[in-house]
Design a protein around this ligand. Structure first.
Ligand code: TEU
Ligand code: CA
Length: 547
């Protein structure tokens, strides 16, 4: 297997609770995924990243693991998992596991033994005594609020950067490092192709000093991409990942291009790729709970900066933590098809590994929930608790919650127009979006002009085009809502891309014959209509364009 076998591959993310339920209990499962492998193959993706499948009390839907070696019974058995790997392989699809090692569930036996100081688990977590009546330090967490929880039985506090049911592991303890290496080895030996590494750039804590004042994530200067992280990753790479040629994509929060470059430099031997967040933070001030209107200009500026800064990027507009891209960056009401296709074209025209999140290919939109009791997500509830506690303006925050809750991405996959959406014959664990009646895989499959069929054609083209798979990125034009760039393969294939990500018509900086168009046009003239995007072939010799 070649070292960079993953280059040019397209990844599809599955949120297993919401993908396909095979037994009618309302929860998606492994047999459900197996049932849909033909759909995924026909779509044209290569690797499936599946959000956590492990045993878990589900405070954070599997991101709180209580046994790294067991499949959650909701999802099936280890035999089902092995069958999935084998069946996927027959379809030419590889599996990526979600590796959550910054923390475990407090229900994990390691944590339970750590409370009782049973060796070797005493220092598996980050325990500290309080400072008089005060907590060990002033850090604040990712879900808002506290990061320390007192356990009377041990007489100490433990650190948790997420929910209090998620205790941070202590990576200064060599025993912890060995334990997680064993976990990685176990899954790679089963034939998975690699990992998506959850919040990997925060696993190493430099110190536990008080953080300086900042409105969110106080204390993060002591754990965001610290030098100790690089040593840990080098070690994982050397001891485990390298021998399997594993693909490792790190979820790296608040990462700078400089850090990202180090983390993915093949000469250093750390991660294969990283998810940066910068483009997902262009419609807010730093964190999503302080929103501002979406600006395509800011979005393109950030994307362009990262395209140029890194030798290889990941490209994603959605995942299980983010609102739906059609609702967020497009126009789900007036231009669902055009803006959905424009975003699809942008996603697959940029340089890097593209990630498609389940339902994105159908144009699934934000969850149409009307009350907090329809929301399951732990983060949403923690934030809502803060809104209530501090009497923040509810009308305003309700709007923010509707736009930003992570459950926007977690509603069940819309397979058919029936009740239960073809996702489940029972009652789905989270509400189905009502628009599943109109927008679903079944219906779209039969419509040649649907978003789903557009994705299928585009992915087939992507596979056959060295320029899209691996070509260089060259910016041609960027102003307001209009962006144009070119991709060129080593063999000289050159493609040009242009997009107008707005509701108003704009002048186009390039013209030519369309390989793909969000309006399904064959020629692009001087004007870009609302949400018009196009992928153009080589410019004709006679045509003189400002490119
Ligand atoms: O996400 C990390 C992370 O940065 C998010 O929690 C982010 O702060 C939040 O989603 C913004 O809305 C990863 C997982 O993707 C997420 O699902 C987990 O909850 C989290 O880690 C803890 O494991
Ligand atoms: Ca089920």
């Amino acid at each position: 297997m070649q070292e960079d076998w993953w280059k040019g591959k397209v990844i599809y993310q599955i949120y297993p609770r919401s993908f396909c339920d095979s037994n009618g209990d309302g929860i998606g499962d492994l047999r459900g995924i197996i049932r849909k492998l033909d759909y995924l193959k026909e779509l044209g993706v290569d690797l499936l990243w599946i959000s956590p499948l492990y045993a878990s009390p589900n405070y954070d839907n599997g991101y709180d693991i209580s046994d790294y070696y067991a499949i959650h019974p909701d999802f099936g058995t280890m035999e089902d998992f092995d069958r999935l790997v084998a069946e996927a392989k027959k379809w030419g699809l590889g599996i990526l596991m979600d590796l959550v090692i910054n923390h475990t569930s407090t229900a994990h036996p390691w944590f339970q033994k750590s409370i009782r100081k049973e060796e070797p688990y005493t220092d598996f977590y980050i325990w500290r005594p309080g400072r008089g009546k005060k907590k060990p330090n002033n850090w604040t967490g990712f879900f808002g609020g506290d990061t320390w929880e007192y356990v009377p039985e041990r007489g100490e506090y433990y650190l948790h950067l997420f929910a209090k049911e998620q205790a941070d592991l202590n990576f200064r303890n060599p025993r912890v490092i060995e334990a997680v290496e064993k976990v990685m080895d176990f899954w790679l030996a089963k034939g998975v192709m690699g990992f998506r590494c959850d919040v990997i750039n925060i696993i190493h804590k430099d110190s536990l000093e008080n953080g300086r004042f900042r409105p969110v994530l106080r204390g993060s200067e002591y754990y965001l991409s610290r030098p100790g992280l690089h040593s840990l990753l080098k070690r994982f790479h050397r001891n485990v990942w390298e021998k399997y040629r594993a693909f490792t994509v790190g979820e790296t929060v608040f990462v700078s291009p400089e850090e990202a470059k180090k983390l993915t430099d093949p000469k250093r031997g750390e991660l294969t790729a990283v998810f940066a967040f910068a483009h997902m933070e262009t419609d807010c001030f730093g964190v999503k709970w302080f929103p501002r209107p979406f600006s395509p200009a800011r979005f393109f500026k950030v994307l362009a900066k990262w395209q140029e800064a890194l030798p290889w990027n990941t490209v994603y507009f959605e995942n299980h933590d983010q609102p739906r891209s059609l609702s967020r960056f497009g126009d789900a009401d007036r231009y669902p098809r055009e803006s959905g296709k424009a975003l699809a074209l942008l996603l697959l025209s940029l340089r890097g590994t593209p990630f498609i999140y389940q339902g994105q290919e159908l144009g699934m939109t934000n969850f149409d929930f009307t009350a907090m009791d329809q929301v399951e997500d732990v983060e949403s509830h923690q934030i809502w608790g803060i809104v209530e506690k501090f009497h923040l303006p509810k009308r305003l925050y309700w709007k923010v919650m509707r736009a930003k809750s992570r459950d926007n991405a977690r509603t069940p996959m819309q397979w058919t127009g029936e009740a239960g959406g073809g996702f489940s014959t029972g009652r789905p664990w989270l509400g189905m979006n009502h628009n599943h009646v109109e927008r679903n895989a079944d219906k779209e499959g039969q419509d040649p002009r649907s978003l789903l069929n557009f994705y299928r054609r585009l992915l087939a083209f992507h596979r056959s085009s060295p320029a899209l798979r691996e070509g260089t990125f060259e910016e041609l034009y960027r102003k307001g809502s209009v962006w144009a760039f070119a991709r060129r393969s080593p063999e000289g294939e050159r493609l040009r891309f242009v997009i107008n990500l707005s509701k108003t018509a704009k002048k186009s900086p390039i013209t030519g014959t369309c390989l793909f168009s969000s309006y399904e046009e064959t020629e692009l003239g001087a004007t870009l209509r609302p949400y018009e995007a196009a992928l153009l072939g080589e410019e004709s010799k006679s045509g003189k364009e400002e490119a």
